[in-house]
Design a protein. Structure first.
Lengths: 181, 398
């Protein structure tokens, strides 16, 4: 009954080094969707969790190229199709004068792509999360270190995973309830 | 975070490795110089001076890029750059050698520089106006000042750093840091005016205020290319220097960054001249966009920016020894093309390559590498007593 409603399991660890070890052990045990939480970035955590490389750079590249195309098209269309006026004896379109704007729009689009792509991949903004309802979890912005295994992990099993978290030194292991609405 | 033990470091370059490098450098140096000398003897005087200026500018800019790295390191109190600093110190210490390599240019002054002919200046109002700056005496005096200033700076930083290998005292860092700001100012001024004197004045009517920065940006790219190649060589096979792929990655990142910087400066120069469309300025590009030179210009745009930009952008590329090595070698070739693009159109109306270009580059390069490598015989290859040395090895900022 509780299993169907639970979001997953949350365990607390006393310091960053222990959390790092726990992340390694959790990955070694076959969990793939677990998360770690700490008040500050922990060097080596990406490697410990064996996270794959981020997909954001590809979004940045695509957005940057789109910005480039937009910049070129905008200047070519406005200068030589919509308003073909000779200014300063310059050609209606030339890559020389088009380059600064093209560059700026590439950067602008790439930056927006990076930020928005990061938000989208992280499924942000998200005003609430089941973990917010665990009272101890509030300490995560101060001095506590957590590891969570969501029920969506293929290897998740309430009892077995609970026992596993205990075996790697997790404290205050909590079953996190799914919140509706 | 990881509290593992620091690996045992042997800061000296293995003698067998060094011996191989020295032998190759000596061979290339002797062969190249002999061929270049033969070319001069065969009567190719004009071509010899042009080719020698190309080779001289190529290696001088690399040594200057190294000096910039050393000064910048102390100016910003950096720690990440400590591991590879000795390479830069030893490269910069080649600057007095470049003073020697400058002699043929001084002898060939009348062949290379139109403004050095009194009769030409007499009938040319523009050259007359410029003559208080552009005259033989002032040219020699400035060249002397450049080399004295560079030699003093290169020797000072290397001497302090080598002395620290023995004492391990942090007082050396304080001394170097104290002189870094004035060194940087002197570096900027000398490099700018050297670029004006030796390269821009090849076409004495033409001027571009950004030209010093243009030469500087190419110089830093080629230095980081050399740094990457040397670091790859240092860490090939069994290496006990302690250098990691992280240090190579840093060198590659800076090379990549300055490739973009070079493009920015090169475009800025071209863009403003294109836009203003004043004949005395556009002539320089007009020459370089006709008679076959347009191919060199195109190669420069594609090879010095577009290709390396996309190849070296990825983190994986810069952490891959083969890709980084090929990229660095390619950028060195592109630096030759860049200087070729600046120098040679004043010599040849039509695009024309000569074997003396190659022999000068190989010959002077061999000697340059020889003196660079000789400095590793008795001195450590890494500044292992610098308080920041260990930290610079442990850096691996993704």
């Amino acid at each position: 009954m509780t299993e169907s409603k639970s979001w997953g399991l949350l365990a607390e660890f006393p310091n960053p080094a222990r959390l790092l070890k726990a992340a390694q052990a959790t990955h070694a045990a076959g969990y793939r969707r677990f998360e770690t939480f700490s008040p500050f970035p922990i060097h080596g955590m990406d490697e410990a969790m064996e996270l794959p490389g981020s997909k954001v750079p590809w979004i940045t590249l695509a957005a940057g190229l789109m910005g480039m195309a937009t910049g070129l098209a905008l200047q070519w269309w406005s200068g030589s199709v919509a308003y073909p006026l000779v200014i300063g004896g310059k050609p209606l379109f030339a890559w020389e004068f088009a380059l600064p704007i093209t560059f700026e729009l590439s950067i602008l689009f790439a930056s927006f792509g990076t930020v928005l792509g990061m938000f989208a991949l992280n499924k942000l903004p998200r005003p609430n999360h089941p973990l917010d309802y665990v009272p101890r979890f509030k300490k995560v912005t101060d001095d506590a270190f957590f590891l969570a295994i969501p029920a969506s992990d293929e290897q998740f099993d309430l009892e077995a995973s609970k026992a596993f978290l205990e075996s790697i030194g997790g404290e205050h292991i909590t079953v996190v309830e799914e919140q509706n609405g | 975070m990881s509290a593992h033990h620091a690996p045992q470091i042997n800061p000296m370059l293995p003698p067998e490795k060094l011996k191989k490098g020295l032998a190759l450098a000596a061979l290339l140096g002797l062969g190249g110089l002999a061929a270049t000398g033969a070319g001069y003897w065969m009567g190719e005087h004009e071509q010899f001076y042009g080719s020698w200026l190309l080779a001289f500018s190529f290696y001088t800019t690399i040594a200057l890029g190294a000096l910039f790295y050393v000064i910048l390191h102390h100016l910003t109190r950096a720690s990440w750059s400590t591991g590879l600093r000795r390479v830069a110190e030893n490269l910069a210490a080649n600057l007095p050698l470049m003073a020697l390599a400058f002699l043929p240019i001084a002898f060939g002054l009348h062949t290379l520089y139109h403004w050095s002919h009194a009769d030409a200046v007499a009938v040319d109002p523009f050259l007359k106006i410029k003559s208080p700056y552009l005259n033989e005496t002032a040219f020699y005096i400035r060249a002397g000042v450049f080399f004295v200033v560079w030699t003093l700076m290169a020797f000072f930083y290397r001497r302090q750093s080598v002395a620290q290998d023995k004492t391990g005292a942090e007082s050396h860092n304080f001394k170097m840091r104290k002189l870094a700001p004035i060194s940087m100012i002197l570096f900027a001024l000398t490099l700018t005016f050297a670029a004006f004197d030796w390269l821009m004045s090849l076409d004495p009517h033409w001027f571009s205020t950004i030209f010093g920065l243009y030469v500087f940006s190419g110089s830093v790219v080629s230095f980081f290319a050399v740094l990457s190649l040397v670091a790859l060589w240092f860490t090939s096979g069994k290496s006990e220097l302690g250098l990691t792929i992280g240090n190579l990655h840093d060198s590659g990142k800076l090379m990549f960054g300055f490739i973009v910087f070079w493009t920015y400066i090169a475009f800025s120069q071209y863009f403003l001249i294109w836009y203003a469309n004043i004949p005395e300025e556009t002539i320089w590009y007009q020459v370089r966009l006709s008679n076959g030179w347009q191919n060199v210009s195109m190669l420069l745009m594609v090879g010095h920016f577009i290709l390396p930009f996309f190849v070296l952008m990825s983190r994986h590329a810069k952490r891959n020894r083969l890709v980084l090595g090929l990229g660095a070698a390619w950028m060195l070739f592109m630096h030759v093309v860049d200087l070729y693009f600046v120098i040679m159109p004043t010599l040849h109306h039509h695009l024309h390559m000569h074997w003396l270009d190659l022999s000068s580059l190989v010959g002077l390069g061999g000697v340059f590498a020889l003196f660079f490598l000789l400095r590793f015989r008795k001195v450590a290859a890494v500044p292992h007593q610098d308080p920041q040395f260990q930290a610079s090895l442990e850096y691996d900022n993704a």
